[in-house]
Write a protein that binds this ligand. Structure first.
Ligand code: BGP
Length: 474
């Protein structure tokens, strides 16, 4: 790997910060997403959070309390030798209702101190501007991204952070897993549906608003700081056809396109021709304003970042379809060649090489793996330590194929930031016991625990990987 390769780790505010009303922060959409059986219906936008039982438990409120522990956490990242750290800002910490004229100074100061702490250790900040978190007041006032007014609110927020952190933050990501809007609209974009609404029409209209906002953020960032790079972010993982039946192959292409739909616009500057045809056929053409197509065309992203946990598999055979597995929200058929994690996510290291190559062939822009990892239950052994060899195996195999994509296939890759480098709240399930970290956090699903941090075996292993620039994977 080249000597500037950005080894690091990734988290998001809503899953680790806590301090949900401290420092003048307003409520975010994630703060009303409970743990337990109501989580999924709320994330899908099909259950109104106002109707949740009073004793609901909201894991984001405290999370792992990084709000108060960030210095200790960053010191641990530095000890592992991180070159970069990907994290997100909480929008409602900076604009508590999303509509203020001026940002909340306390919120900006928190992130300034946070970033200065990273820079103290020469850790490059990689900031996700919006990671599954919209000020709740914007959801209440405008129905979130259903409304075009969100573009101005988002740009006001971007303007504040681009100016404040000019020269300090070089890598920005406009929206985390932008394609999640199609699958979990409330979690992805703060969108709820009323009964009888045409959900697809709303989703594609909201997508258009986010795409315009993203393009204008690229423009603004470059105006304010010509040296910074702005990227998009995809929940990636190719769909494999279950069989060589052409019907399965075609189905895989169509499913992949549902996801590329966003990146096609952000990276190439225009909607794919297939997208327009589908909009027309399904009667879901988004409303556009004059100049929109030009905005999209003129301000494409500098790099493409993505999460990769697993490949997916698809079939048109009803018998095969019966065995669909969960796998990171997007439904996938069980691939008989792959093992699965404790949460049923398929494990496919070669799929990372396939994904890297597919994305690079399609866009020819630098790529950035900003999420990858294994969510697993960790047990504390008799010696008081966590021997997470399963996590090391998962990461080792993925890093191997990542290196092959770079060294043998010529893919241009900026860096690698495994997800949840410190244990945090799971986005899909709200659990703590689904752990990804190199660093263990003492907290359970019900919110009990001392929040003490400790190093797992993978901590020492990853430290060695970084120190050897990916040469020593044993
Ligand atoms: C991605 C999200 C992350 C993260 C990760 C792991 O979809 O961008 O926020 O949580 O998946 O998923 P989970 O937490 O559900 O295991």
């Amino acid at each position: 790997m080249n000597k500037h390769f950005l080894w690091g780790g990734a988290t998001a505010a809503n899953q680790c910060e806590g301090g949900y009303l401290e420092g003048g922060k307003g409520l975010g959409s994630v703060d009303v997403i409970p743990a337990g059986p109501n989580r999924f219906p709320v994330m899908k936008g099909e259950m109104d959070y106002h109707t949740l039982p009073k004793d609901s438990f909201y894991p984001s409120h405290e999370a792992i309390d990084m709000y108060h522990n960030y210095k200790e956490d960053i010191a641990l990242f530095a000890e592992m030798g991180f070159k970069c750290y990907r994290f997100s800002f909480s929008w409602s910490r900076i604009f508590p209702t999303g509509q203020e004229e001026k940002p909340n100074e306390e919120g900006l100061l928190f992130y300034e101190n946070f970033i200065d702490e990273l820079l103290k250790y020469n850790i490059e900040p990689v900031v996700t501007i919006c990671h599954f978190d919209v000020p709740l007041a914007l959801e209440e006032q405008y129905d979130s991204w259903k409304s075009r007014s969100m573009i101005d609110c988002y740009l006001r927020y971007c303007n504040a952070i681009f100016r404040r952190f000019r020269g300090k933050v070089k890598y920005w990501i406009t929206f985390n897993e932008i394609n999640m809007l199609l699958h979990l609209p409330f979690m992805g974009a703060g969108i709820r549906f009323a009964e009888g609404e045409n959900q697809d029409k709303i989703k594609y209209q909201a997508a258009h608003h986010e795409l315009i906002a993203s393009a204008l953020a690229v423009k603004l960032a470059h105006e304010i700081d010509p040296d910074c790079m702005v990227g998009c972010m995809l929940a990636a993982g190719n769909f494999y056809p279950y069989s060589c039946n052409p019907a399965d192959v075609w189905d895989g292409i169509k499913k992949d396109r549902e996801n590329y739909f966003f990146i096609d616009v952000q990276a190439r500057g225009e909607y794919g021709c297939y997208a327009w045809k589908q909009f027309e056929q399904n009667g879901v053409c988004p409303h556009m304003e004059e100049g929109d197509l030009e905005i999209l065309k003129s301000h494409t992203v500098d790099f493409i970042s993505f999460s990769y946990y697993s490949s997916r598999c698809t079939s048109t055979d009803p018998k095969v379809l019966k065995g669909a597995t969960a796998g990171n929200v997007m439904k996938s058929v069980r691939n008989p060649y792959l093992n699965v994690s404790q949460w049923g996510w398929q494990i496919d290291p070669l799929g990372l090489r396939i994904t890297l190559n597919t994305l690079y062939d399609r866009y020819q822009k630098p790529l950035f793996i900003v999420e990858n990892g294994l969510g697993a239950i960790d047990e504390i052994s008799e010696d008081g330590k966590i021997h997470d060899s399963y996590r090391i195996t998962y990461l080792r195999e993925h890093i191997r194929t990542m290196k092959l994509a770079v060294e043998e296939d010529g893919v241009e890759l900026l860096g690698y930031t495994p997800w949840g480098c410190i244990d945090l709240v799971s986005a899909s399930t709200g659990e703590m016991k689904k752990r990804y970290g190199f660093i263990y956090v003492d907290k359970d699903n019900e919110g009990h625990g001392t929040l003490t941090r400790s190093r797992k075996d993978s901590f020492y292993w990853y430290k060695k990987v970084i120190a050897s620039n990916g040469e020593d994977l044993e």
